[in-house]
Ligand binder design. Structure first.
Ligand code: JCF
Length: 677
């Protein structure tokens, strides 16, 4: 039996490794998971019966090792280098000038370019084709022996795929976690009540240093090879690019975006291209690595300190910037929440000029220990609201002032309350508080709600201050007050007519908009849509018990309570009935219909200046496609100004108004995040 068992084990190991390589390195699965598992089970069975025949490269050996008590430190054969950084194009051009001078040439240099993965560098040692050791980078001179953990990563070859492996080969690469794998891991951790990781890099680092390889095996890690660190008894190709292609043939994953560039100008193009793809990639990158392709030239150039002269990393612009807090204002929201907002010395962060950043609430002010006048780090990732990440205490100016959180509502002087366990502090004035009334009305007319154009924030402030409107129903009674409207500053016949027309038009709406417009606590757009899809009619929503409400995806006990409380107050029911009485209506909704939303709806953009990649109309269409509103002039209602080259007065106005400003690269990123290009 042994002979046939040995043969079958051999065959299975070869086949399974081929399938695993196709799946984990090539991203081109050859068989279904079920088929793989079936063969794997057969192999395990045979190996249990004949342990002498277990091959070192058997997939079963990836997870076989016992937990260790700690990691031993091992010196690298050749130190693992770091990379010099370039933060702009000029620094790249300087790098190229230095190279040309050192080499003594005027001719174009060929480079190899690849995205710089945001993970952890490791070194893998193969002897006669078999993986014998895997080390972390450590301090570059010596690292920790994490061989058992590295073996659990499916894209780490256990045996090189060649008949004639080099006697010794040390491969350097980056271990990282995909964004999708990271999300999944954190979700599982959250469900299990465990600790979550802040980003994929930390998750990868934590996973690699698990003392129990069985735990590492459960983490979605990937290895991507980026260079040969050392070899014996084998002549590697003279081109870095060719070396990597060679490694890919031996079974390593190399970055599919890696390419050769014939000149520095091609390198700059490559940077622009990858920057655009960056948000779509399923892994974090923090820059681009450029290497002189010729190994002969690399040897000529050598090293300085701990970095090679022949390579450089062009870093992406930071998502963090330092600026100063000019003042802190307190805004009263629709539900009375008092929000501190830091007014900033305008600063450019990841493609956008930012003038305001939220400080969230009092706890956050305490946590940060922030004072007016402080220098702070502002963080802005993707298209999220900028926030104050950190105070630079050693830069605190002498005249800095403490932030005094108000002790009463800054608008109506009502008492403030804080519910135990909640961070938010609220004005208790309810609709007595004109700030809350105004905010509720602004919410009601917003684009994602009843979408009443022409009823801007300033006009609402004015109408409330004059006592012309107090609640949403009053808006529909403005038609009888045309004379008063006409007497208001800057309200001509035309604008009054336009306003009354858009008020009239808003009567034809959709149920989810109506629900959202009511401004029930915690009922945002998504919840309004979920409620609409689930209950299909306003009556059903009003009648729904807490238990009924809890059956809706998206609705938890707190939200259910807010909804119940809202409809149990007669003032609210009167408003709902009043609105229907004046003619607000919507088409029937079918039960369980999904009511989808658009990513930029409710946001208003203005485009100015010359754009390199599209005409203004083209860009306008793309933004509208995502639900945005695009208008011709900058006002306080503008959410963001897109400024191309030679932007003029609109840019100045937006800066004066403290509106966010985006350059073309940031817009392209935004479009691509939402699948438009
Ligand atoms: O992707 C990376 N993080 C990365 C790091 C890629 C490379 O080609 C590297 C590196 C660190 C050092 N090359 C060197 C020499």
């Amino acid at each position: 039996m042994s002979d046939t068992t040995a043969n079958r084990i051999n065959q299975l190991v070869r086949q399974l490794n081929e399938y695993s390589y196709a799946y984990h390195v090539k991203d081109e699965p050859l068989v279904s998971d079920a088929e793989y598992d079936h063969l794997y089970q057969e192999l395990i069975h045979l190996e249990q019966a004949a342990p002498n025949f277990i091959l070192p490269e058997s997939p079963s050996q990836r997870v076989g090792e016992k937990p260790s008590g700690g990691f031993e430190t091992v010196a690298h054969t050749v130190p693992m280098l770091s990379l010099d950084n370039a933060f702009d194009n000029q620094q790249l051009l300087d790098f190229e000038q230095r190279l040309k001078k050192l080499i003594g040439t005027e001719e174009e240099i060929t480079y190899c370019c690849e995205p710089k993965l945001d993970g952890l560098a490791v070194s893998l040692r193969y002897e006669n084709g078999l993986l014998v050791q895997g080390l972390t980078r450590g301090d570059g001179v010596a690292g920790e022996n994490i061989t058992s953990n590295l073996k659990t990563i499916r894209s780490v070859p256990i045996r090189l795929n060649t008949e004639t492996p080099p006697p010794v080969l040390e491969v350097r690469g980056e271990v990282y976690m995909t964004k999708a794998g990271f999300e999944r891991l954190n979700q599982q951790a959250e469900e299990a009540g465990g600790k979550t990781f802040v980003n994929p890099r930390n998750a990868a680092a934590g996973s690699l240093r698990q003392l129990d390889p069985a735990l590492t095996a459960k983490r979605p890690l990937v290895l991507c090879a980026y260079s040969i660190g050392y070899t014996e008894g084998w002549q590697q190709p003279d081109s870095h690019y060719d070396s990597l292609i060679n490694m890919s043939e031996w079974g390593f994953r190399i970055n599919p975006l890696m390419t050769r560039a014939e000149s520095m100008s091609d390198c700059l193009d490559y940077y622009a291209r990858i920057s655009q793809q960056r948000p779509k990639l399923d892994y974090d990158i923090d820059g681009i690595v450029y290497k002189v392709d010729s190994l002969t030239l690399q040897q000529t150039l050598g090293f300085i300190a701990r970095a090679p002269r022949w390579a450089i990393a062009r870093k992406f612009p930071a998502e963090e910037a330092i600026t100063q807090i000019i003042d802190v204002d307190f805004q009263v929201g629709r539900t009375g929440a008092i929000t501190p907002v830091a007014r900033l010395e305008p600063v450019f962060v990841a493609g956008v000029t930012v003038s305001n950043a939220t400080l969230h609430n009092r706890d956050e002010i305490d946590r940060l220990g922030v004072q007016i006048g402080d220098f702070v780090a502002i963080h802005r990732a993707g298209d999220v609201i900028p926030k104050v990440a950190k105070v630079l205490l050693d830069k605190r100016p002498e005249q800095s002032r403490e932030v005094h959180f108000p002790t009463e509502c800054p608008v109506c002087s009502s008492e403030l309350e804080q519910i135990t366990g909640e961070a938010v502090i609220r004005c208790t004035g309810g609709l007595i508080c004109s700030a809350q009334r105004k905010q509720s009305l602004k919410h009601f007319v917003a684009r994602k709600a009843m979408d009443i154009e022409g009823l801007g924030d300033k006009l609402i402030d004015q109408l409330v201050d004059l006592g012309l409107i107090n609640n949403p129903v009053d808006i529909y009674r403005l038609i009888d007050k045309k004379d008063i409207l006409l007497s208001l500053e800057r309200m001509g016949e035309k604008s009054v007519d336009n306003l009354l027309t858009s008020i009239e038009n808003s009567k034809t709406t959709e149920l989810h908009r109506f629900i959202y417009a009511l401004g029930i606590r915690e009922v945002g757009e998504a919840t309004a849509r979920a409620l609409t899809g689930h209950f299909a009619s306003l009556d059903n929503i009003i009648k729904a018990t807490s238990d009924d409400l809890l059956n809706v995806d998206d609705v938890g006990p707190i939200v259910a309570q807010h909804i119940r409380r809202f409809f149990s107050q007669s003032a609210n029911v009167d408003i709902v009935e009043g609105l229907i009485e004046v003619g607000v209506h919507w088409p029937d909704v079918e039960k369980n219909q999904t009511v989808t939303e658009q990513p930029l709806s409710g946001l208003s953009y203005v485009i100015t200046g010359t754009l390199a990649n599209f005409s203004r109309d083209e860009l306008k269409d793309k933004l509208i496609q995502l639900g945005a509103k695009v208008s011709g002039s900058v006002s306080a209602k503008t959410h963001c100004l897109i400024a191309g080259e030679k932007a003029g007065s609109k840019l100045t106005k937006a800066q004066d108004l403290g509106i966010d400003i985006m350059d073309e690269t940031a817009v392209i990123t935004l479009l691509e995040q939402h699948g438009v290009s």
